[in-house]
Design a protein around this ligand. Structure first.
Ligand code: GDP
Ligand code: FE
Ligand code: FE
Length: 194
């Protein structure tokens, strides 16, 4: 095994210990999909595979863990008004650094942004994890085929597609929408206007 394969394997064991089998399998599929998108988009495929593997590391932690971590890592206290759907990325990134020893800032940023996306300045690795999470082979929602085709042609168009559809879905269901989800959407909508 290469040094990277050994690292990936060690991290896999730690991720699987934190998650239900179904969620762990999702992480493996996101890792594979991220590797493919990295090859297409000129990003280091090992870096993308590792980022995909860890993106939901904190997804099953109790709320109390996140509330403690927000103080411990000196994150914005307003985050406490949100929920695990938002915390597992933005707070989860700190847990990944602390508990898995992953220090690559690009990987940590990709985890931070994987639920809300970001504006057009979003780093390519973060776009890849955001899209791999949405498109991994186990995903089956109306439009997933179209979303995969769009993303194969243009990663940026894929990011906008996901933001558009997630925003509509959240609003249709009467969910509270995190401000960053709006600002990400608006930035891309302006970018692609006309
Ligand atoms: P997952 O962790 O693989 O399930 O995927 P994500 O991290 O992308 O999303 C986690 C959950 O957060 C999903 O149910 C999304 O619909 C939801 N979500 C995404 N954006 C927002 C938002 O702005 N507000 C709220 N309340 N939920 C959101
Ligand atoms: Fe997630
Ligand atoms: Fe995920």
């Amino acid at each position: 095994m290469t040094a990277f394969e050994e690292e990936l394997y060690a991290v896999e064991k730690k991720v699987s210990a934190q998650l239900s089998d179904g969620r762990f399998q999702h992480c493996l599929r996101v890792s594979d999909y991220a590797r493919k998108l990295a090859q297409k988009n000129g990003v280091d495929e090992n870096q993308a595979a590792l980022a995909g593997l860890v993106h939901d590391y904190a997804k099953e932690r109790p709320a109390e863990d996140f509330l403690v971590a927000i103080d411990r890592f000196h994150l914005d206290p307003n985050l406490k008004n949100w929920s695990r759907a938002i915390w597992h990325g933005v707070v989860g990134a700190e847990m990944i650094q602390d508990e898995l020893g992953i220090d690559d800032p690009a990987i940590l940023d990709a985890v931070r942004l994987h639920t809300t996306g970001d504006g057009v300045e979003m780093p390519t690795l973060a776009k890849i994890v955001f899209m791999a999470d949405y498109l991994e082979t186990g995903r089956d929602f109306p439009g997933v085929k179209e979303a995969r085709e769009i993303t194969n042609k243009s990663l940026d168009r894929g990011v906008f597609y996901q933001l558009q559809h997630t925003l509509s879905f959240l609003a249709e269901n009467g969910n509270v929408i995190y401000p960053k989800t709006f600002t990400s959407y608006n930035d891309w909508a302006r970018h692609f206007a006309e």
